[in-house]
Design a protein around this ligand. Structure first.
Ligand code: ZN
Length: 261
């Protein structure tokens, strides 16, 4: 594994070597399914960070519908695993890129989301158990009826628009993400806040046409994003804000738990 520029540059930090692939997340709900895609090219570190984030999301959110649990989520997870293997063939990003590569963070198996890996087996076990213990065929039918889903609509968003290389941080105006308070409404200057991995969040009036989401909570510290997941189930999108202290590595200093409007 050698580190040599390969002519491909990471979309997120500008590093090379990089490889052009996408990471996906799937969210299943009974009536709709949501597919998210974070497009590359990725350097090794940004790719690993995105793999862990998107796969972790899918492990938790991906099972909640029949089609999702049986097909869509397993396929999503498999694609991510294959792409992670491709990513692992890259050497570490060569220093000196326009911005620092993302911090990959803890491996998936050390994150709470890994519990999600066992969800389908637990649910399947419960179905089999309730089937075996129910008397009469009518309740048997009930426990399997969910396998025939009602008409399922698909929301398949197109590839999100993400700026090619993030610009270096500049001084922020007073209505930036940092100034957001619980109950505030925000929008993403860069596009769709639900899909954008590098959103430029600004506070706007909730009546404003641009408002895309409401701030449910603003937990501080490096575990802010998991707090959104755990304590605010209405959260649709989590924006994490990172700061570098005295030129050190970037650390998450707060998260915005957002509910889409
Ligand atoms: Zn990168």
């Amino acid at each position: 594994m050698s580190t040599q520029a390969n002519g491909v540059y990471c979309r997120y930090c500008g590093s090379t070597p990089a490889v052009d692939l996408d990471f996906r997340a799937h969210r299943g709900m009974v009536f709709i399914m949501q597919f998210r895609k974070l497009p590359g090219p990725y350097c090794r570190d940004c790719g690993l960070a995105s793999f862990r984030k998107m796969t972790g999301d899918s492990l938790v959110q991906g099972w909640w519908g029949p089609i999702s649990a049986i097909i869509a989520n397993p396929v999503t997870l498999l694609i991510n695993l294959v792409n992670r293997a491709r990513l692992q063939q890259l050497g570490p990003p060569i220093p000196g890129a326009p911005s620092l590569p993302m911090n990959p963070g803890r491996p998936l198996w050390q994150r709470p989301a890994i519990v999600g890996l066992f969800l389908p087996f637990i649910v399947l076990g419960l179905i089999v158990y309730s089937g075996a213990h129910s008397s009469g065929s009518s309740s048997n039918r009930n426990s399997y009826s969910y396998l025939n889903p009602p008409s399922t609509s698909y929301t398949v968003p197109s590839i999100p628009m993400i700026p090619s290389i993030p610009s270096l941080p500049t001084t922020q105006p007073a209505h930036d993400a940092k100034s957001a308070k619980v109950g505030d409404c925000v929008w993403d200057k860069n596009g769709d806040i639900a899909k954008d991995d590098h959103p430029k969040v600004e506070v706007v009036e909730c009546g404003d046409q641009r408002a895309q989401a409401t701030v449910l909570a603003k937990p501080t510290g490096p575990t802010g994003d998991t707090e959104c997941d755990n304590k605010y189930p209405a959260t649709d999108v989590i924006i994490t804000h990172k700061t570098s202290f005295n030129g050190g590595p970037e650390i998450e200093d707060f998260a915005l738990c957002l509910q889409l409007k």
